[in-house]
Design a protein around this ligand. Structure first.
Ligand code: HSE
Length: 334
């Protein structure tokens, strides 16, 4: 394992748009990745992107000013086609307003490739795909971090709170720390290259809005000390490429004890994962997805299979994904 650190963008300054405002193409097709937010101990401040699943947006320039959404697939009819109510179009509209190009006409197709309300940053992946699509069409070559405030607007609309721990890693790729919300200060962290992530989505609905409402508002000092020790330990482990330290730091005494009640057989799933070689196990974002870090792909595959079998025994369907950490973030695929 190399001790060399990856590129770290600390608080890239938000820079004004300096493009011509002209369009570089008539259409673009973008993929943006799912994300694991919180990373167990870092509620609202840590997240990372995975290689799959992810959402896709096809954006086409139209003659008539304003945004339309002509198609959404993979959502079972749950997402609004009304551009005033859809997080993708609303975020893109904010972006266009910010660069003084509200006169542009756009049509959006959104292809959901992951379950909604899964804890995998479903709305963030869609929003980031939309923002990356318009950034590409506008020839906006600024650092993608400049899209973050617009993406956070989408998150606020989706669940009532504009947290950045899904949208920032979806946008920037890699492992991301939200050092501060006011002012917004985002740090891209290094991570061991050979850290694998096993994700299991048990097919039960846990809307983020509700999963946030059940969290305690007040915490005691003893728990706070435990939590910030673990967050510092996790970040140190990432810098030191020390997978044991990463694993033993991923403990959450604040949120998990409450949210685990929303997840079928959470503690049994933890036992299965840890006894099968996981480095750590916890809730992905607000759940119900769970994830485990492992040192290799085979262990990650074994864990997803065992957890899926366990859920099948409970008559709960599931989706599984195995991935390393995705450092690329969104990408143009057509
Ligand atoms: N930090 C957020 C939460 C992530 O746990 O509510 C889910 O969007």
């Amino acid at each position: 394992m190399s001790n060399e650190l990856q590129e770290i963008d600390t608080n890239s300054a938000f820079t004004p748009f300096r493009g011509t405002g002209g369009l570089t193409a008539d259409s673009v097709h973008v993929f943006a990745p799912a994300t694991v937010a919180n990373v167990v101990c870092g509620f609202d401040v840590l997240g990372f992107a995975v290689n799959e699943p992810g959402d896709e947006v096809v954006m086409r320039v139209t003659d008539k000013p304003g945004i339309t959404i002509s198609k959404i697939t993979g959502d079972d009819g749950r997402l609004p086609l009304d551009p005033a109510k859809n997080t993708v179009s609303v975020s893109v509209q904010h972006y266009l307003d910010s660069i003084g190009r509200a006169d542009i006409g756009l049509d959006i197709e959104l292809h959901k490739k992951m379950p909604i309300g899964s804890g995998l940053g479903s709305s963030s992946a869609s929003t980031v795909a939309g923002l990356y699509a318009i950034k590409t069409l506008m020839g906006d070559d600024r650092d993608p971090i400049n899209l973050l405030p617009f993406a956070m607007k989408g998150e606020e609309m989706a669940c009532g709170h504009g947290h950045a721990d899904n949208v920032a890693p979806a946008l920037l790729g890699g492992f991301v720390l939200i050092r501060s919300y006011e002012p917004l200060d985002v740090v891209r962290l290094p991570h061991p290259k050979d850290l694998w992530c096993a994700v299991v989505f048990p097919d039960v609905d846990v809307p983020t809005r509700e999963a946030r409402q059940i969290i305690r508002n007040k915490i005691n000092m003893k728990d706070a000390v435990t939590q910030w020790g673990n967050i510092a330990g996790l970040v140190s482990g990432l810098f030191m490429q020390d997978i044991d330290l990463i694993g033993r730091s991923m403990k959450d005494v604040l949120v998990e004890p409450v949210r685990s009640m929303l997840i079928p057989d959470f503690y049994k799933m933890r036992e299965i994962a840890m006894s099968s070689g996981a480095v750590s196990f916890g809730i992905s974002g607000s759940g119900p997805s769970v994830f485990a870090f492992t040192r290799d792909e085979t262990t990650a595959q074994t864990i997803t299979q065992k957890l899926q079998q366990h859920l099948t025994g409970l008559k709960i369907g599931s989706n599984t994904y195995v991935s390393t950490i995705n450092d690329a973030g969104p990408r143009v695929i057509g």
